[in-house]
Write a protein that binds this ligand. Structure first.
Ligand code: GRF
Length: 225
């Protein structure tokens, strides 16, 4: 049997996606282990969830720029991922834009979950954007984090969520969030089973058949793009 996928999860806030990951692992539904949770905020509620699950936490000192990390925090992050031998980095509500230098230095693939059907509504408060636009269907996306446009990396999987007449922003955001939790755990399961194959921007989930040897090749292909 393949070894458990070693995750590093980056958070800034509530941590419900982290909770979904921890819950799936605890229930035996996900062959992974959360090696470290990294936060740019010492007061992130996500850290309470991590500590309760016995996961080591690293708190970055992000520096003075609101949307990015400074060079010292970049190093702190890289060191944490290396020290915990992370194989897959999951951005789960991490609110900073990572520098190209960090993206190039991280040896493992990095993925993000976003509450819209990208490329629609990238950036902040995607549920609000969808409502204001008058979209009738929105959803969530898990994508690779690639250098370049924010929320612009290769798409791994998406799920649609209907916008109901009279939805408030919070009602819609909550319905999307429930779907995010399912989607993220499904995607992590595919990574754990070494089924994710990437060719440029195209991502393919290969059939379950196949030994761990060829699976590692698939994971390597994802990492190498
Ligand atoms: C989620 O909606 C996620 O898609 C976005 O930030 C939010 C994080 O929520 N990137 P949580 O911290 O996982 O509860």
């Amino acid at each position: 049997m393949a070894s458990r996928l070693r995750l590093g999860v980056l958070v800034s806030g509530r941590g419900s996606n982290l909770e979904a990951i921890l819950g799936a692992i605890a229930a035996g539904r996900l062959a992974a282990e959360t090696r470290v949770v990294v936060s740019d905020r010492a007061d992130a509620p996500a850290l309470t969830r991590a500590r309760a699950a016995g996961v080591p936490v690293v708190i970055l000192d992000p520096g003075s720029r609101p949307a990015r990390l400074d060079a010292r925090a970049d190093q702190q992050l890289l060191e944490a991922l290396r020290a915990h031998q992370v194989e897959l980095v999951v951005l789960a509500g991490f609110m900073r834009i990572l520098s190209t230098a960090v993206l190039e230095a991280v040896a493992s693939p990095m993925i993000n979950i976003h509450p819209s059907l990208l490329p629609a509504f990238p950036g902040l408060d995607a549920p609000r954007q969808a409502l204001d636009y008058g979209a009738q269907v929105t959803g969530c996306t898990v994508h690779f984090v690639d250098p370049g446009a924010v929320d612009g990396g290769a798409i791994i999987a998406q799920r649609a969520v209907p916008v109901h007449a009279g939805d408030t922003r919070d009602q819609l955001a909550d319905r999307i969030l429930q779907e995010e939790h399912r989607l993220l755990v499904d995607v992590l399961g595919w990574f754990a089973a070494r089924r994710v194959v990437r060719t440029g921007r195209r991502v393919h989930i290969r059939d379950q058949a196949g030994g761990s040897g060829s699976g590692m090749q698939a994971a390597g292909a994802a990492a190498g793009e």
